[in-house]
Design a binder for this molecule. Structure first.
Ligand SMILES: *Cc1c(COP(=O)(O)O)cnc(C)c1O
Length: 306
């Protein structure tokens, strides 16, 4: 997927170049990081002879949406376990997923918290045959491995563009599995993850664990920043939405308020605070920043956007 140099006067004034890696352009249906995270999961499900793939998510889940779309394309039955109770009207995300052929089941918040499908599983197995389970958000080793393809490709693109120069690779972080894949596959980059969830840091230990499971436990070229969540997961402020729309119109791109808008906001805040200035030893050589556009544009429908 192409690297698009962003037109961004505020950062250009600081001699900082931002390149957007356009993984949102993979497909309108299974765009962004979810495609990479699901790739090996589909392969494993197929080689294991599973009859259906089941996974979890909320009403606006990019993950369930992508799973449903890929399942339709590959001719594999998908099942979505949705957090909460079924309401009379499905969200546009779930309506689409259903039209892609996904079967939906709803799980009360408490049972969902523990992903307790002990009662549901025998029913699913009876109805659909053997099911292959993917954790919420595609957070498993197959998911992390899939995301390594992204980091490898970006590293090649940056080498073609700038030779050996250092760069910072930034992405929005939910579960951290995309971030782990990127770190594992881009040893030349300084990796910076922008957390979109509020609360204590449960992500660093997970990233460390994924890295060691793929034999890259020694990697230390990464850090997480949790200061730009804007109040928590899927929470937005008028300032964020205004910023998002200005970047969109400057560059003829679309962003989503949950992940990529917060990512670019964080880059702007860090840049103006001097994070990439020449006195910061960690980042001084890299005024080149790659921001991963991890897709998720269908999730815009959960917000009142023009
Ligand atoms: C799911 C998602 C993320 C977060 O990915 P993790 O691997 O869970 O950290 C980032 N951006 C978008 C658009 C997503 O849909």
């Amino acid at each position: 997927m192409p690297l698009q140099r962003l037109h961004w006067p505020e950062l250009e004034a600081l001699s900082i170049n931002v390149y957007l890696r356009r993984d949102d352009a993979i497909s309108p249906l299974y765009s962004g990081n979810k495609f990479y995270k699901l790739y090996y999961n589909f392969r494993h499900a197929t080689t294991q002879g599973a009859d259906a793939i089941v996974s979890f998510g909320g009403n606006y889940s990019n993950h369930l949406y992508s799973l449903a779309a890929m399942g339709q394309e590959l001719g594999i039955q998908t099942i979505g376990i949705v957090r909460g109770y079924e309401s009379a009207k499905l969200s546009p995300t779930l309506e689409d997923a259903k039209n892609f052929g996904m079967k939906l089941y709803f799980l009360g918040k408490k049972a969902y918290k523990f992903k307790d499908i002990s009662e549901l599983l025998p029913i699913l197995n009876k109805k659909y045959g053997g099911v292959y389970i993917v954790p919420e958000g595609g957070e498993n080793l197959a998911g992390v491995r899939g995301c390594m393809a992204m980091g490898t490709a970006i590293d090649k693109q940056m080498f073609n563009l700038l030779g050996d120069s250092a760069y910072t690779l930034c992405c929005a972080v939910g579960t951290g599995s995309t971030f782990a894949g990127l770190i594992a596959s881009s040893p030349r980059a300084q990796c910076l993850g922008i957390t979109v969830l509020k609360g204590k840091d449960t992500i660093s230990p997970k990233v460390t664990r994924w890295l060691s499971l793929i034999g890259k436990g020694a990697r230390s070229n990464w850090s997480l920043n949790a200061e730009y969540h804007h109040g928590g997961y899927a929470k937005v402020t008028p300032q964020l939405l205004e910023f998002m729309s200005s970047i969109e119109s400057l560059n003829t791109i679309k962003l989503d308020p949950v992940y990529t808008a917060k990512l670019l906001w964080a880059i702007k805040e860090l840049a103006t605070a001097g994070y990439w200035n020449t006195n910061n030893r960690e980042t001084s050589q890299s005024t080149h920043i790659v921001a991963v556009h991890s897709g998720g544009l269908q999730g815009r429908r959960g917000f009142d956007l023009t």
